[in-house]
Design a protein around this ligand. Structure first.
Ligand SMILES: O=C(O)C(=O)C[C@]1(C(=O)O)C=C[C@@H](O)C=C1
Length: 108
């Protein structure tokens, strides 16, 4: 027979962990926004080499931490995808995104 008390307790713990993860993801999002502003229109938002390095680091760190790479790697892969999408939206919202520091061909 199912132990409802135990189930409720475990779910309460999951809700607590979700809350902590949410705060960390919000902090990460702020950093991603800052990266988007630094890159602006002057560098590609997507950096596949950096993504491969992140995924390799996450795989190793997950193993060390007792987190299955089968969970960690797909979660981070998706996180990187949605982060790039978020960076694109951030840049679209910045006023006058075409404003340039002078790095473009003057004939542009
Ligand atoms: O590091 C960067 O250049 C970023 O834009 C940040 C970030 C990330 O979310 O960590 C997002 C997109 C890139 O493809 C690589 C990494």
């Amino acid at each position: 027979m199912i132990d409802h008390r135990r189930l409720e307790d475990l779910r309460a713990q999951l809700d607590g962990v979700d809350g902590r993860m949410l705060e960390l993801m919000a902090a990460r999002q702020r950093l991603v926004e800052a990266v988007a502003e630094v890159k602006g229109r002057h560098a590609p938002l997507r950096d596949r080499e950096r993504e491969q390095a992140i995924l390799a680091r996450i795989r190793a760190a997950a193993l060390d931490a007792g987190l299955s790479p089968k969970i960690a790697v797909p979660v981070w892969r998706r996180l990187l995808e949605v982060s790039v999408e978020h960076e694109r939206r951030v840049l679209e919202q910045v006023e006058d995104p075409g404003a340039c520091c002078g790095c473009r061909d003057p004939g542009d």
